[in-house]
Write a protein that binds this ligand. Structure first.
Ligand code: FHN
Length: 415
């Protein structure tokens, strides 16, 4: 697996889940969880008019938070297309908003100097040829009803639709830097209906070849049920740098603010800025990225809680981005409840339990030239790192959210 240099350099991106599900504002699987019929769910299509959509504001919020790539759902499992697809009328252009939302998104993201990413669902609960299977909103219907619904459905026709829409997206919107396919699965529940061949049914190999032919520099994830360019742990933090068959692999943890990818109005289970900063640091210390999700509202805005969280992360990044962007795992072992990231000959010590922590850095003794407190850039007056940093750091000024980062210019480590 390999990725372009920008991917491992930039480390931090924004995921955006936006679609008709943003109107009921309960979860992006609402069509499925509430077992909605296509006809019933289409009432959201008839009302989709995000009058406050301002993708430039989205891109600025991402950039100010320290993110350098932005990934938008072009189509989620509900089947609604945010771009001007010629293969269906179930698009934003035919909804009351009447605009190509993906085109405006790509223009705004590039205008802010950020990389453009698309998310694209392999699953489509709206398309008439997509099989009613074990994941489908109609899965609880009687066997007779499922069989009736599946009469005439042709997965080969859906595969052509899927590939055709990917061709539209990778042809008509300029350079696309990143693609998050989501997600291939084998359906044992209705093997006879769907064929249950997983990637073969999607034409995954042809789809990946089409992707790389149309966008040669693109970075593609691992959810086509084929090896991709990077691994995608979801809503957890790996406990070590990720490997496949003993080989290190690029990885990106995709994370939500509150457990829901789509805007979930009543969900107050929002992660703190401190926790999100630690997750970002933790990932970089293990050679990983973080793709942090925002679910815009049905009117096209980031809600106030999401904005405040992004601003808090941005405040930390304004002081400490040197320990994240262009940084990676350190050549030293971090003390407990701390993380180390390294960028060139700079070592960054992130104290996760400050000030409840005696930080024993004996392992660094003799390897550090001097220490500078990055938080306020003051010179911390010790030349030799003392094994117990706490003594040196007691009484430091106001603390950043939960972590303290020092720059420890590193004498060539004995490695
Ligand atoms: O089913 C989707 C889900 O809605 C969301 O898009 C996540 C994001 O990684 N992917 C799938 C679940 O793994």
């Amino acid at each position: 697996m390999s990725v372009p240099a920008w991917f491992t350099h930039d480390r931090f991106g924004m995921f955006i889940h936006w679609g008709l599900y943003s109107l009921p504002a309960r979860h992006e699987w609402v069509m499925n969880r509430e077992r909605r019929t296509v006809e019933d769910y289409e009432r959201y299509f008839a009302r989709f008019e995000p009058d406050l959509y301002d993708p430039r504001a989205w891109a600025r919020a991402a950039k100010d938070a320290g993110m350098r790539y932005v990934v938008l759902t072009t189509k989620h499992h509900e089947g609604f297309c945010l771009w001007d697809s010629k293969l269906t009328d179930y698009t934003a252009v035919h909804a009351p908003i009447g605009r190509d939302l993906v085109r405006e998104f790509t223009e705004a993201v590039r205008a802010e100097g950020l990389k453009v990413g698309f998310y694209h669902s392999l699953i489509d609960w709206h398309h008439p040829d997509f099989t009613v299977d074990g994941h489908h909103p109609r899965r609880d219907d009687s066997r007779e009803e499922i069989d009736r619904l599946n009469e005439g459905r042709d997965m080969a026709r859906y595969r052509a639709y899927l590939h055709g829409q990917v061709e539209e997206l990778l042809t008509n919107y300029g350079t696309v830097d990143y693609l998050f396919y989501d997600f291939s699965y084998r359906d044992d529940d209705h093997q006879d209906i769907w064929g249950g061949k997983g990637a073969d049914d999607w034409g995954a190999k042809e789809l990946l070849a089409l992707t790389r032919r149309l966008q040669p520099g693109i970075v593609v994830n691992d959810r086509l049920d084929l090896p991709g360019d990077f691994v995608t742990p979801e809503q957890y933090q790996p406990d070590a740098p990720m490997e496949i068959d003993g080989e290190p692999v690029p990885w990106e943890a995709c994370q939500t603010l509150n457990g829901s990818w789509g805007y979930d109005r009543d969900n107050k289970n929002v992660k703190s800025v401190e926790l999100l900063v630690r997750m970002l640091i933790d990932g970089v210390s293990k050679n990983g990225n973080m793709l942090l999700n925002v679910g815009p509202t049905g009117r096209g805005e980031f809600d106030p809680v999401a904005l405040a969280t992004l601003e808090g992360i941005g405040e930390w990044m304004r002081r400490h981005e040197r320990s994240i962007r262009g940084a990676g795992p350190a050549a030293f072992t971090a003390p407990p409840d701390a993380r180390l990231t390294q960028r060139g000959d700079r070592l960054y010590l992130h104290l996760f339990t400050w000030p409840f922590e005696h930080v024993h850095l004996a392992g660094l003794a003799g390897k550090v030239a001097y220490a500078q407190l990055l938080h306020d850039a003051s010179e911390v007056a010790f030349r030799e790192i003392d094994p117990d940093l706490k003594a040196s750091l007691t009484g430091m000024g106001g603390q950043p959210p939960g972590t303290l980062t020092l720059t420890l210019p590193v004498v060539r480590p004995d490695v």
